[in-house]
Design a protein around this ligand. Structure first.
Ligand SMILES: [Zn+2]
Length: 66
């Protein structure tokens, strides 16, 4: 039974895109994941920038983004 991942910073339940983005931006083997808001704060960018990244990675055919 798969556990629902939660943000390691704020505890919010995560979308698959958010765990995939954490892997992509921080570490492919990451075991702690962050939500879009906390990733945005960490990288000092807006959430829109991260959403755009998710779209780009998906278009590039990145297998993390199903
Ligand atoms: Zn968070």
């Amino acid at each position: 039974m798969a556990e629902v991942p939660v943000c390691a910073s704020c505890g919010r339940p995560l979308q698959p895109d958010e765990t995939a983005l954490t892997r992509k931006l921080i570490n492919r083997g990451a075991v702690r994941f962050f939500c879009l808001s906390c990733l945005a704060e960490h990288f000092q960018v807006s959430e829109d920038v991260l959403r755009e990244k998710i779209r780009e990675f998906r278009e590039m055919g990145c297998t993390l983004f199903e």
